[in-house]
Design a protein around this ligand. Structure first.
Ligand SMILES: [Zn+2]
Length: 256
């Protein structure tokens, strides 16, 4: 799908309060397409804590993109499905997976089945498409992201990418988000934002804000992203890593 009128990305300064205690008018919604839960090996966020946090942070559409797993996203989707807010879904969960391919990470959205890790980028993309899903490129240009898709692999699967993450809250430098936005714009591809949250505190700190509309299918999501600007608060990666370790440790302690 080619997007003609998605706004250009400026690194608009977002205040801490706008990210953490936003006032989101009823007519608009915020979309975050990259977030982890307890179904990821490196995240302890309980699934049950996610809906309340999303509501507090004004997130209406949340993709759960665990590493090589979809069970968490599926459970959460089933959990919130019946909840409505003035006739609309209170929270829409998109079942996604951040797949570790043999050459770096690719996100599949609207998945029905788990995709195995370790496949080539081409095979991974093919499986996402076979399921009717969307291919999202997360943090594609940050050289300090150990698991980013390699530039060579990106070149090979570029034509299959549907959405480019143009704001990742955990990139090492803001520049890498700008590079992603430019890459998306050159290809006229829709842009997304991702908190890449590995702790409950990071949920909701990145979003694309657009007029409220149902997002139950790939086509509806692509349409919804048009006109939205990826925004958010960048968490310093070292801080994010320390939070993640701390979060995991205290959850283990209280689980005893
Ligand atoms: Zn991630």
């Amino acid at each position: 799908m080619v997007v003609k009128d998605q706004l250009t990305l400026e690194e608009a300064p977002v205040s801490r309060s706008e990210a953490q205690a936003p006032v989101v008018p009823a007519a608009v919604m915020r979309i975050d397409l990259h977030c982890h839960s307890q179904a990821s090996h490196d995240c302890s966020t309980p699934l049950t804590s996610i809906p309340v946090r999303c509501r507090k942070r004004g997130i209406h559409v949340q993709a759960i993109t665990d590493h090589n797993q979809i069970w968490g996203a599926q459970e959460l989707k089933a959990m919130v499905e019946s909840e409505t807010e003035s006739g609309q879904p209170a929270l829409t969960i998109i079942v996604g997976e951040e797949v570790s391919t043999s050459e770096g990470e690719i996100i599949g959205l609207f998945l029905k089945e788990k995709i195995e890790e370790g496949l080539s980028p081409e095979d991974t993309v093919e499986q996402i498409i076979a399921q009717g899903g969307l291919v999202l490129l997360p943090h594609g240009f940050d050289p300090l992201k150990r698991w980013r898709l390699t530039p060579a692999a990106l070149e090979r699967v570029a034509d299959a990418i549907n959405i480019v993450e143009a704001f990742n809250a955990r990139v090492s430098r803001a520049t890498w988000n700008r590079v992603a936005a430019e890459w998306a714009q050159a290809r006229r591809l829709p842009m997304s934002a991702g908190t890449d949250a590995h702790t409950i505190a990071d949920i909701g700190v990145a979003w694309v804000e657009v007029p409220r509309s149902p997002v139950g299918s790939p086509a509806e999501l692509l349409a919804a992203l048009i006109g939205g600007k990826p925004s958010g608060l960048r968490t310093h990666p070292v801080k994010a890593y320390v939070y993640k370790l701390w979060d995991r440790t205290w959850r283990r302690v209280i689980a005893r």
